[in-house]
Design a protein around this ligand. Structure first.
Ligand SMILES: [Zn+2]
Length: 78
């Protein structure tokens, strides 16, 4: 965890968030300033400075969950 990182603080529950999905590797929550209905951020729970540092396992989990949430949102919001 990086103390001055808002995403780490959200993962640790120090900052509030509206969580829509969470598992051992990733967390998905609604954007505080949404560009559209259901605007969701999906992040790895570990802190990484760049995408190059994120293990493939976590990147794969993120995109699979993005697809699942997209299916749910499509039904909810049309
Ligand atoms: Zn962080």
């Amino acid at each position: 965890m990086k103390k001055d990182c808002v995403f780490c603080r959200i993962v640790k529950g120090i900052e509030p968030s509206w969580t829509v999905y969470e598992d051992d590797l990733i967390k998905a929550f609604l954007d505080i300033n949404p560009a559209s209905e259901g605007h969701t951020l999906i992040i790895p729970k570990e802190h990484y400075e760049t995408i190059y540092m994120i293990p493939d396992r976590e990147l794969k989990r993120i995109i699979v969950v993005a697809k699942k949430l997209a299916k749910v949102y499509r039904k909810l919001f049309k």
